[in-house]
Ligand binder design. Sequence first.
Ligand code: NDP
Length: 401
Amino acid sequence: MTKILVIGAGGVGSVAVHKMAMMPEVFSHITLASRRISSCEQIARQVEQKFSAKIEVAEVNADDLEQTIRLLDLVKPSLVVNLALPYQDLIIMEACLKVGVHYLDTANYEPRDEAKFQYSWQWEYHDRFKEAGLLALLGSGFDPGVTNVFTAWAKKYHFDQINTLDILDCNGGDHGHPFATNFNPEINIREITAPARFWENGDWQERPALSDKQSFDFPEVGARNMYLMYHEELESLVHHLPEIQRARFWMTFGDSYLKHLEVLQNVGMTSIEPVKYDGHEIIPLQFLKAVLPNPGDLGEITKGKTCIGNIISGVKDGRPKNLYIYNICNHEQAFSEVGSQAVSYTTGVPAMIGSALILKKEWQGAGVFNIEQMNPDPFMKMLNQNGLPWIEKELDGPLSF
Ligand code: NDP
């Protein structure tokens, strides 16, 4: 019997629970908890209508350590899957240590009052998880997640030496809204408006946000403008694969999205500094989130595909080699399978796969680990079996920019 507790009943949590329910031989007991029990009940109803699974639900404010510990004590899961927001990571990790439960997440810790994310806060927990004989697996989404595993796989099977890594994230989907984010708007906008950082020759280089643009012809999507951005997997990948000389992350944005973002930034709506309004203190970015379309409601109207993958250049058997590994995910197919668009799908499926590998004890360890430290083989196999097939292609040369 394996009990799993998923915290966070948003877009990603919904996909993960749907996919877990499709694998009852691994996930025999599923509890879904979130800040509002109504979010959990809605997902549980959808899943129970589709599959013969029973989903338990619970309410928890995972900003509150005592409440979170009480929930873990009550449910007694083997693994907690944190699909709430990055702000809750450290509290949930503390609760897992207190109760003696393995931990998995998809996004690294970020303090609420500072738009900054880095792994050091979670890596500091390594010794405590190790002493407790528990595993904390960080970043089991798509990026971070699948992109880290693609890199580990490339190192294992395709390269003796990796020189450069470019992660290309394209959402070629269209939901018809002039401006909406594909996942939590607050987290998404904080990420996009931060300065672009990349790794080159042993150090971090910085550029102003959205200042470096390139065009790339994405398979099955077509040519799109993509922008250099900082993304959390760069930090762990250059840490665990120090041979990498240059690591960059690129994301596509449409012109209308960028025009709206610029205006919102210029008028102060993306700020996380509190302002007084009508006697209340509000945070402009949180207010903006409240008026934007809910990413969870975009699934039904989003058409098109995502294409996310890695272009890796290096050396194999003394010769230069260039490889592109990527996945294509179709928004409408994702919606018809689990009722969510591809951005939630591409994150929720890897969260389910990482969880399954821990529960099946194919991935084991004591301490805090990033996903690229695990054996990529069973994860790559499960991607193909669970809706995120990948393609690898040798390229004639490295990226020209
Ligand atoms: P949503 O905003 O849709 O969902 C977040 C959920 O967390 C909501 O249901 C919310 O609860 C719940 N929540 C928020 N605060 C608390 C709290 N204090 N206690 C308990 N529950 C809480 O976000 P997404 O589903 O889009 O994203 C989930 C996570 O996945 C985020 O951390 C995001 O950064 C990460 N992500 C990772 C990606 C990757 O590729 N690695 C890609 C996309 C997202 P309620 O509804 O009950 O109020």
